[in-house]
Design a protein around this ligand. Structure first.
Ligand SMILES: [Zn+2]
Length: 316
């Protein structure tokens, strides 16, 4: 009988926290998902972890993926939108105490990258660049099977490379970042602006609903709505512009694209690849595979769990 330790992976995708009880090989045994309020985050997260741990009885460690900058040396979340500073600073110590297990905090894209690398779309190669395109845009670099996190843990912030020098202000303080045009909220903002000023878009079904989401734009594009399709294709061009820079910089074997925006499937993947082909140095483009992630929104929980498992193992 397999009695290898189990792991818990968690993902704060505000306001939702996803949690999973995971086998050492990355297979999910049980999942939980709940909406939390940042002020009661510690209690709720600890409760979820304890509940899952009680189902197993042999959990070795907990990994927690957070959108933001996580300093792995100090276990402090430096920057994360919507998390009060008291939560960010005390998260690791409080969770460790409340859960009673080893806890590893990790940037959500880093965790997702590792999940895809181990059991998803990154399998079979040693070097990948991962991009998570959702409410924000994150990235991660895996070289020779290991996360390359940079000098203080912040490497891979591809969402904050400048795409438009005249662009909008970004949460990071820069202007015109990739995230300001290609994240899920940016897709909605661009679509709404265009619907308001362009009469030819009046036939779009998106105009009928006031509070549409990026998922709705993708859904309408899939239904053949020309305007929605154009918005998805433009988004693909922006992402492809960023990916082309990554390819030129790293000459990396495989690029894995994940996050909610990639749920649009081929509709977004094709324009991304076309734009990369147009912009990247041709030999670099030809040496790189560009694929969609396979683990969907389980990527971060699985990867956070497996990273925590590796860390626990290296300690014993
Ligand atoms: Zn930025």
């Amino acid at each position: 009988m397999d009695n290898s330790p189990h792991l818990i992976g968690m993902h704060y995708a505000g306001p939702t926290v996803r949690a999973a009880l995971v086998q050492a090989d990355g297979e999910i045994l049980e999942k939980r998902e709940t909406e939390i309020s940042p002020n009661s985050m510690l209690d709720q997260v600890a409760g979820l972890a304890k509940d899952l741990a009680s189902k197993s009885g042999r959990v070795a460690a907990v990994g927690f993926g957070i959108p933001g900058l996580v300093n792995r040396q100090t276990d402090v979340v430096i920057v994360s939108q919507n998390l009060p500073s008291t939560v960010r600073e005390g998260l690791h110590a409080e969770l460790t105490r409340a859960i009673g297990l080893r806890v590893e905090l990790e940037n959500d894209a880093n965790a997702a990258a590792y999940g895809e690398y181990r059991i998803g779309a990154g399998r079979g190669v040693r070097d990948i660049f991962y991009m998570m395109i959702g409410n924000g845009i994150g990235g991660a670099i895996i070289l020779d099977g290991k996360l390359w996190t940079g000098s203080s843990g912040f490497a891979g912030e591809v969402g904050h490379i400048t795409i438009d020098t005249e662009g909008l202000e970004c949460v990071c303080g820069n202007t015109g970042c990739l995230e300001t045009v290609a994240s899920a909220p940016s897709i909605v903002r661009r679509a709404r602006e265009r619907l308001n000023r362009d009469s030819t878009s009046s036939l779009s079904r998106l105009g009928l609903t006031k509070d549409f989401t990026a998922d709705d734009v993708a859904h309408q594009a899939n239904e053949g709505d020309d305007f929605a399709l154009m918005m998805i294709e433009r988004t693909g061009k922006y992402i492809g512009t960023g990916v082309a820079s990554v390819i030129n910089l790293l000459n990396i074997e495989r690029i894995v694209l994940g996050g909610g925006v990639m749920d649009a499937g081929q509709l977004i993947l094709n324009p991304i690849i076309q734009e990369v082909k147009r912009r990247a140095f041709q030999p670099c483009f030809e040496a790189t595979e560009i694929v969609a992630g396979k683990l969907g929104n389980d990527a971060t929980t699985i990867g956070a769990a497996m990273l925590a498992g590796d860390a626990a193992l290296s300690q014993t």
